[in-house]
Write a protein that binds this ligand. Structure first.
Ligand code: NAD
Ligand code: UD1
Length: 346
């Protein structure tokens, strides 16, 4: 049985991916600093699988290289060497990154450099990295292909972009050694259908779906819609929302692909290739939950794009990955999680 290190495994996408990898018969070792998550996420993952003994957790920060060395050493000592890494750990709030760029660069970039260094020391050269659609330059050329032009517009995006460049440099320098895949997520939402695990933002969320859910539970009175004058069919911004369980499955497929093929770097968009406007998302949420979401229109948000939709054909061709879950399942599953856990993991 292969052991996989999952950094940031207590987080939203990490916890869903841990479950997926456990069900696919991997041994999972999670490292998480808990800066934006709770260890209870893993306790919930354990409730959803009978492979509990294959999951272990080390609390610590990727910026602490001695901690990382210790984890790799201990695992080797137990004859449990890491075959590959799924690297979620990072800070992800775009607005916050603009106020605290140094913290974002330190956490995301220095954390990743440490991780890569210790992987190299242990001859572990397979990594799946959580990247983002935010690295693409704003474009009207839709849907967006992996080969589209790249440009960051905020410090969070810069950290994703520079990490992708670092991974690219590793692949160019040692093409016979590294197996690398950056997965560029579009807009992951929803939750596991059990309602036991889901998104647990510790501060005030800024993304649309957690905000809709917070209006749903009454924590926020009204949703602000950033503009009704976009060049879209109803004037509100269009995005490619994708169920977190579809994202989790793609991680398994990317990891399996890397482990079974020759060393290479291969990057994929993860989206549904379907666009949904803010109003359509609100309407779908209201329809499946029967809860009214009051909203008002405000000015456009700085740095926003009009329409962002993935071309997901590469992931289908190479990984045989196709997102299976509908927008109504995303709303229904997300709401089950939020309404069962109004204060997150407590
Ligand atoms: P999350 O905040 O729920 O999970 C990230 C996890 O990483 C948290 O558990 C946090 O405690 C941990 N962490 C952060 N810095 C760490 C460090 N230095 N050392 C150890 N642990 C650390 O976020 P998520 O939504 O699950 O996102 C996972 C990854 O996917 C992130 O890298 C994020 O940037 C990326 N991503 C997310 C989205 C999205 O919309 N959720 C979109 C594109 C990309
Ligand atoms: C945002 C980030 C992006 C990041 C992604 C996932 C910006 C400009 N982009 O993308 O870098 O990778 O989150 O973390 O911040 N909306 C409202 N009201 C709100 C919030 C959002 O109307 O209170 C609208 C937005 O204008 C947009 C849509 O909802 O049309 C989705 O917004 P959001 O969830 O923030 O995702 P992105 O804009 O795609």
């Amino acid at each position: 049985m292969k052991s996989i290190l999952v950094t940031g495994g207590c987080g939203f996408i990490g916890s869903h991916t841990c479950l997926e990898l456990l069900e696919r018969n991997f041994k999972i070792v999670v490292i998480d600093s808990l800066v934006n998550s709770s260890p209870l996420a893993l306790e919930r993952v354990k409730k959803l699988t009978n492979k509990v003994k294959n999951l272990s957790f080390y609390k610590g920060d990727l910026r602490d290289i001695n901690f990382l060395r210790e984890v790799f050493f201990r695992l080797k000592d137990e004859n449990n060497s890491i075959s590959g890494v799924v690297h979620f750990a990072g800070l992800k709030a775009v607005g916050e990154s603009c106020y605290e760029p140094l913290r974002y660069w330190d956490n995301n970039v220095n954390g990743t450099i440490n991780l890569i260094r210790v992987m190299e020391e242990n001859n572990c050269k397979t990594i799946v990295f959580s990247s983002s659609a935010t690295i693409y330059k704003v474009t009207n050329n839709l849907p967006i292909k992996e080969s589209a032009e790249i440009q960051s517009i905020n410090p969070y995006g810069s950290t994703k972009l520079v990490i992708e460049q670092l991974l690219n440099d590793l692949a160019i320098n040692s093409p016979q050694e590294w197996r690398i895949s950056s997965l560029r997520y579009f807009n992951p939402i929803g939750a596991h259908p059990s309602g036991l695990i889901g998104e647990n933002p510790l501060g005030k969320p800024t993304n649309i779906f957690p905000l809709i859910m917070q209006v749903g539970i009454g924590r926020i009175k009204k949703l602000q819609i950033f503009g009704n004058d976009w060049e879209t069919f109803d004037g509100t911004g269009v995005r490619d929302y994708i169920h977190v369980s579809d994202i989790a499955e793609a991680h398994f497929l990317a990891l399996e692909f890397l482990l079974e093929h020759k060393p290479q770097i291969i990057n994929f968009n993860l989206g549904t290739a379907k666009g949904t406007s803010v109003l359509e998302l609100i309407n779908m949420f209201q329809e499946v939950t029967k809860i009214k979401i009051p909203y008002e229109f405000t000015d456009r948000r700085k740095g926003d794009s009009c329409t962002v939709i993935a071309d997901n054909s590469k992931a289908f061709l190479d990984l045989n990955w196709k997102p299976k879950r509908s927008l109504s399942e995303m709303c229904c599953d997300g709401w089950r999680w939020q309404s069962n856990n109004p204060s997150g993991y407590l």
